[in-house]
Design a protein. Structure first.
Length: 626
C-alpha cells in the first residue's frame, strides 16, 4: 500500500495507535470510492499521516474540490456496506501475479498492470510477510493493521488535492495526492474542522500581507523573506529583548560572513554530512576561469569541488564553524572559560520548493545563535543557563504549554561524527540537565544533530498545534575536529566542550508563529505600532502632536491621525491594523489635557490624563506585559 520509505516494521505496526489504524482504514474507503467513480485510476501509496491520511493516484481526470462531494457520497456508500477488512498472507509470486493482472489497487481484474504495486512489492525485503487486504470488491497490497469493518469509518472528510511526485522523486511521474481526515466520531471531526478554520484566520501569510509585515517576491527567490518596516520593528523588539538577557549572562556579540571556504565545512563535517540541506558549492572565480579555459564540464567541476580538488565557497548552513574560528584566534586558559559568543547570524538551507511555507519554512533565515566554550565541569551550569533563557523567552510570550524532547543519536546510523565515548558523555550531560526542568520529557533516538545530542522545546500554540522552537545542544565532537584547546590548571592542553543554543531558533519561523499565536494582535511591547493618537478634527492637531511627543519621549512607537476622516472610520482603521491603544482627543480632552482611551479588544477604557496614560504604558513596555 505504501512505498519503502513509508512501510513500517512489524513492531511499529503493532504500535500503531487506534486513530492511525482508523485513518489507515479510511484511506482504503477513499480508494474504493475513487475506483467506483474512476475505475481506471492507478493507486500508489495511501498511508496515515498527522491529522489524517492521503492516497496518491494516477488518473487522467483532474480531481478538483468540486469532486469532493461525490467522492464523500461514494465513501458514505462504502461505509454503509459495512464490509469486513479481510487479511490474506500471500507469497511474493502470488502478489506479483495479482499486480500484473491489475487486481491490486482495483475493484476487479483489468487489462492494465498495477505498476505501482509491482514496484512496491520490489521494496519489501526478502523474508518479510506480504499481505493483501480486501474490503468488498477492493483488493490492495497492504501491511495493515485495520479496524474491523468499513462501517467504523463514519467521521471523515476529503480535505484537499495536490500534486506529488511518486516516492517524492522529481524524476518520477507526477501523481494526484488526495488528502482526507478521519476521527472516532463526528464531534471530534467537527472540533478539528473548527481548529482548521481558526488556523486559516490566523494564517501568518494572510495576516502578514494585511498587516504589511513581510513580503516574498519571486524576483528575489522562493523562501527568502523581505522584512517590511513593520515586520522589522517586531523583529528588532525580539532582538532587543534577547540581547538584554544575553548581556546579563555576559555573552559577547560577534558578526561573521555569510559564506565560508569549503574546507571549513569539510572540517566541521557539514560538508558532506549535511550536504542534502545545503546550497551547491560556489567555485573560486580564479579556479573557474582556469578550468573553463581547459574545457572542464560543470559535472567535472562539481566533482572536483566535492573531492577537494578545486577551491570553493559555500553559503553557510550554520554559524558554528565561524564561531569556532573566533574562539581559536586567541589562546585560552581555563580561567578564561566559559567563552560565550552570540550572533544574529543568517544561514542558508536548500529546501524543496514544495516544502516552503511563508516564514515557517524558508531557505534563508536568521538564528539567535550562540556557542559556549567551556570546561567539562562547567557543562551543567552552562546548560542550566541556556535552559533558563529558553524558559524566560517562552514565559514572557505566554507560551508555557510546551513539552521537552531529548534527541539522541541512533547508534546504528553512520550519519553522526565522533566517538561513542563522546556521544555517551554528551547525552548523559543533557539527560541530567533535562531532568532538572521539572517537566515531562521524551527521548527520541535518531533525532540528534550530526555532531551532538540536543534538548528541543516543543511549544503548543493557542489552537493546539505543536512547534519545535528553542534548542540546546552539547557537543564534544566539533572542538576535537578543529583541534581546539585551552590550557588547564595542570598547564596541559585540553579540548573544550561546545554548547550550541538558540532560544528563538529561526527569527523568521518564530515571528511567523507569533503572528498566528496572537492572530496579529501582538502584545503592546512587541507591536510595530503601540499607540495611535486620533484627533476628532484637524483643529486638535496641536494637542495630538503634544501627546505624540510625550509618548515618543519614553520610546513608545506612536503615530498620529489628524486626517479629515470621521472618528469612527479612524477607530475602525486602527483596529484593523491591530494597534493596541487608541487615544482620542476632542474639545473636552483638549481642555483637560486628557484623552479618551480605547483598547483594540477591551473597547472604551474611559477618559485619562495624558501623563497618567504615558506612565501606564511605560510600565507595560518595561514589564513586557501580555
Amino acid at each position: 500500500m505504501s512505498d519503502s520509505k513509508e512501510r513500517k516494521t512489524l513492531e511499529q505496526r503493532h504500535q500503531m495507535s487506534d486513530l492511525e489504524r482508523l485513518r489507515h482504514s479510511c484511506a482504503h474507503v477513499l480508494a474504493t470510492a475513487i475506483l467506483r467513480l474512476w475505475p481506471n485510476a492507478q493507486l500508489a501509496g495511501g498511508p496515515p499521516v498527522e491529522n489524517g491520511f492521503y492516497y496518491d493516484i494516477e488518473l487522467d481526470h483532474r480531481i478538483t474540490p468540486d469532486d469532493f462531494v461525490k467522492i464523500e457520497a461514494e465513501m458514505k456508500a462504502v461505509v454503509k456496506a459495512n464490509d469486513t477488512f479481510e487479511k490474506q498472507v500471500v507469497s511474493r509470486e502470488e502478489a506479483l501475479e495479482m499486480a500484473k493482472s491489475g487486481r491490486l489497487g482495483a475493484l476487479s481484474e483489468r487489462d492494465a498492470v498495477s505498476q505501482f504495486k509491482v514496484d512496491l512489492l520490489a521494496d519489501i525485503p526478502e523474508g518479510e510477510e506480504i499481505s493483501i487486504f480486501k474490503n468488498g470488491d477492493f483488493w490492495d497490497l497492504c501491511a495493515g493493521p485495520h479496524v474491523g469493518r468499513t462501517g467504523n469509518c463514519k467521521a471523515y472528510k476529503v480535505m484537499s488535492v495536490a500534486s506529488a511526485f511518486y516516492k517524492g522523486d522529481s524524476d518520477k511521474q507526477q501523481l494526484q495526492r488526495v488528502y482526507g481526515t478521519c476521527f472516532k466520531n463526528k464531534t471530534q471531526l467537527n472540533e478539528h474542522l473548527e481548529r482548521l478554520e481558526e488556523a486559516k484566520k490566523r494564517d501568518h501569510r494572510k495576516l502578514g500581507r494585511e498587516l504589511d509585515l513581510f513580503h516574498i517576491d519571486e524576483a528575489v527567490g522562493q523562501g527568502l523573506i523581505l522584512w517590511k518596516p513593520k515586520g522589522a520593528l517586531v523583529r528588532r523588539a525580539l532582538q532587543d529583548f534577547i540581547t538584554a538577557e544575553l548581556d546579563k549572562q555576559e555573552y559577547q556579540q560577534v558578526f561573521t560572513p555569510h559564506i565560508g571556504k569549503l574546507d571549513l565545512y569539510r572540517t566541521s563535517g557539514h560538508f558532506p554530512y549535511y550536504q542534502e540541506s545545503q546550497y551547491a558549492p560556489i567555485a573560486d572565480k580564479g579556479v573557474l576561469e582556469k578550468l573553463s579555459d581547459e574545457g572542464c564540464t560543470c559535472s567535472q567541476l562539481s566533482n572536483m569541488l566535492e573531492n577537494g580538488e578545486a577551491d570553493g565557497y559555500m553559503l553557510k548552513p550554520m554559524n558554528c564553524p565561524h564561531h569556532i574560528k573566533i574562539f581559536d584566534s586567541e589562546h585560552h586558559s581555563y580561567r578564561d572559560l566559559p567563552v560565550r559568543l552570540a550572533e544574529f547570524g543568517t544561514v542558508y538551507r536548500w529546501e524543496q520548493s514544495g516544502e516552503l511555507g511563508g516564514m515557517t519554512r524558508v531557505r534563508g533565515f536568521t538564528q539567535d545563535d550562540a556557542h559556549i566554550f567551556c570546561t567539562p565541569d562547567q557543562i551543567a551550569e552552562e546548560v542550566q543557563g541556556c535552559l533558563g533563557l529558553v524558559k524566560k523567552v517562552l514565559s514572557t510570550l505566554g507560551m508555557e504549554d510546551y513539552s521537552v524532547r531529548l534527541s539522541l543519536r541512533d547508534p546504528d546510523s553512520d550519519k553522526y561524527v565522533g566517538s561513542s565515548e563522546n556521544w555517551d558523555k554528551a547525552e548523559a550531560a543533557l539527560r541530567e540537565a533535562v531532568q532538572t526542568l521539572g517537566v515531562d520529557y521524551i527521548e527520541e533516538e535518531g533525532e540528534a544533530a550530526f555532531y551532538g545530542p540536543k534538548i528541543d522545546f516543543v511549544v503548543k500554540d493557542v489552537i493546539g498545534r505543536d512547534w519545535q522552537l528553542g534548542t540546546v545542544q552539547v557537543d564534544y565532537n566539533l572542538p576535537e575536529r578543529f583541534n581546539l584547546s585551552y590550557v588547564g590548571s595542570d598547564n596541559k592542553p585540553h579540548a573544550p566542550v561546545m554548547i550550541h543554543r538558540a532560544p528563538f531558533g529561526s527569527l523568521e519561523r518564530f515571528v511567523g508563529l507569533l503572528i498566528e499565536h496572537f492572530e496579529g494582535k501582538f502584545p503592546t511591547w512587541l507591536a510595530p505600532e503601540q499607540v495611535r493618537v486620533l484627533g476628532i478634527s484637524e483643529k486638535f492637531t496641536p494637542q495630538v502632536e503634544e501627546a505624540v511627543a510625550k509618548l515618543t519621549a519614553i520610546g513608545c512607537r506612536v503615530r498620529k491621525d489628524v486626517t479629515a476622516d470621521k472618528i469612527g472610520a479612524k477607530i475602525r482603521l486602527a483596529r484593523l491594523e491591530r494597534v493596541p491603544y487608541m487615544l482620542i482627543i476632542g474639545a473636552r480632552e483638549a481642555e483637560t489635557q486628557s484623552a479618551s482611551v480605547r483598547h483594540r479588544d477591551r473597547e472604551d477604557l474611559g477618559a485619562m490624563p495624558i501623563d497618567e496614560f504615558v506612565q501606564h504604558i511605560q510600565q507595560e513596555l518595561i514589564n513586557r506585559t501580555l
